[in-house]
Write a protein that binds this ligand. Structure first.
Ligand code: ASP
Length: 332
C-alpha cells in the first residue's frame, strides 16, 4: 500500500466557527481532520504533519519557502510516495505555484483546501482531502509537477486561479480548463501542462510588489516601490499589456533604477503582446525594457519574479524565465 504524507497548513479546511467571535478561525488539528476522511485506510497509509495553522492571507513568501523545504525533505524519504498539502484557498494558488517552481520531483504533490469550514453544512474538507490522496496514489499523477485538487477537479499549479469567492467550484484554469478529474476515486488526466521551469534558491532576497492599472492612473505607486527598494514590480496592465499615459514616467523611473518590470494583463483570459505602439502601449513598453509575462495573472507573476530575482540579478536571465522565447520573433 502506498504511503502519503499529509502536511496540514491551516485555512478554512482547519477552521470552525468560534461561538464568541461568531466567525471561522483556525481550530482543527490534522489528526482531527483526517479522522473525518472515513475509509481512507483502505486506499493509503497516511502520515499527518501539522506544519502551520495559518489563515492563508497570513502566508508569506518566506512561509512558502519554509514549506517548500519541508515538503522536499519528506519527498526524499523512499517510503513516502507523494505529498498532500492543505492550505487556505485565498492564497492557495500562490503557494502552489511557489512549490511548483521550487521543487523538482517525479512524486506527486497535491494541494487542497475547503470552501466551507467544519462548522458549516456540507463541509467539503474531507471529500477534497480524499480526492487529493487518491490523486497522489495514482500512477498517472507522477511527473505532473504540483497539482491543485478541489471539487473533484485537478488543475496545474501554474495555471489555476481562485475565480469565485464562495462556491465549492472556486478554482478554475482560464481558457484551458482542468487538466483532469477525480471520479469515484479514479484519477483521470485529459491533458498535460507545460510548466517545467525550476528555480532553486536557499533564501528570498527580492522585494516585489504588484500594481493593478486603472484608468487615469499615474506613476506614484511605481515611484513609491522604487523608493522602497523593490527589486521588481509586476504591473497588471490593461488588455494586451497597455498602461495609462501618466504611468509611463513611473515605468521609466523603475527601469532607470535597474528594477525588473513585468507586464501581465488584468484581463481574466488571454496573454500580453506588444501590439500597440502609442505611448504606454505594449510595444512602446517593451522598447523601454519591460518584460512580458505571457498569460500569467499578477499574483503568480509576482511569485515568479520574487524567485527569479532571488536567484539572479541579471535581468536578461529574468527575461528568459518569463518570455521563454515566446516573443523572440518580435521586431523591436
Ligand atoms: N480565508 C480562508 C483562507 O484562505 C479561505 C479558505 O481557506 O477557503 O485561509
Amino acid at each position: 500500500m502506498k504511503k502519503v504524507a499529509v502536511v496540514f497548513n491551516g485555512g478554512t479546511i482547519s477552521m470552525k466557527v468560534d461561538p464568541i467571535i461568531k466567525a471561522a478561525v483556525p481550530s482543527l488539528t490534522g489528526e482531527e481532520i483526517m479522522a473525518m476522511v472515513t475509509g481512507i485506510e483502505e486506499f493509503a497509509e497516511i502520515e499527518s504533519y501539522n506544519f502551520s495553522n495559518l489563515p492563508s492571507p497570513h502566508i508569506t513568501p518566506e512561509v512558502m519557502l519554509e514549506l517548500s523545504k519541508y515538503v522536499e525533505k519528506l519527498l526524499l524519504r523512499e517510503d513516502i510516495d507523494g505529498i498532500v498539502v492543505t492550505h487556505g484557498t485565498d492564497s492557495l494558488e500562490e503557494t502552489a505555484y511557489f512549490l511548483a517552481l521550487t521543487i523538482a520531483s517525479e512524486k506527486p504533490i497535491v494541494i487542497t483546501g475547503a470552501m466551507r469550514s467544519g462548522s458549516e453544512l456540507g463541509y467539503d474538507g474531507p471529500s477534497n482531502l480524499a480526492a487529493a490522496i487518491c490523486t497522489v496514489i495514482s500512477e498517472n499523477s507522477k511527473n505532473r509537477g504540483v497539482l491543485v485538487c478541489l471539487n473533484g477537479e485537478l488543475h496545474s499549479a501554474s495555471e489555476v486561479t481562485k475565480a469565485n469567492s464562495m462556491s465549492l467550484n472556486a478554482f478554475q484554469t482560464p481558457v484551458f480548463g482542468p487538466i483532469g478529474i477525480v471520479d469515484n476515486n479514479e484519477v483521470i488526466f485529459y491533458r498535460n501542462s507545460e510548466q517545467k521551469l525550476n528555480i532553486k534558491i536557499d533564501e528570498l532576497s527580492a522585494k516585489v510588489d504588484l500594481i493593478k492599472c486603472v484608468s487615469g492612473m499615474d506613476g506614484r505607486l511605481i515611484d513609491f516601490c522604487v523608493s522602497e527598494g523593490d527589486k521588481g514590480i509586476v504591473i497588471e496592465a490593461m488588455g494586451r499589456g497597455n498602461i495609462p499615459l501618466e504611468m509611463v514616467q513611473g515605468v521609466k523611473n523603475a527601469i532607470n533604477n535597474n528594477i525588473a518590470v513585468v507586464i501581465v494583463s488584468r484581463c481574466f483570459e488571454g496573454r500580453v503582446f506588444p501590439s500597440y505602439g502609442y505611448e504606454g502601449g505594449g510595444k512602446e513598453l517593451r522598447n523601454l525594457g519591460v518584460i512580458l509575462g505571457d498569460n500569467m495573472n499578477g499574483q503568480k507573476a509576482r511569485i515568479k519574479l520574487i524567485l527569479a530575482l532571488s536567484k539572479t540579478s541579471n535581468l536578461d536571465e529574468v527575461r528568459d524565465m518569463f518570455e521563454d522565447g515566446f516573443y523572440n520573433n518580435i521586431i523591436l
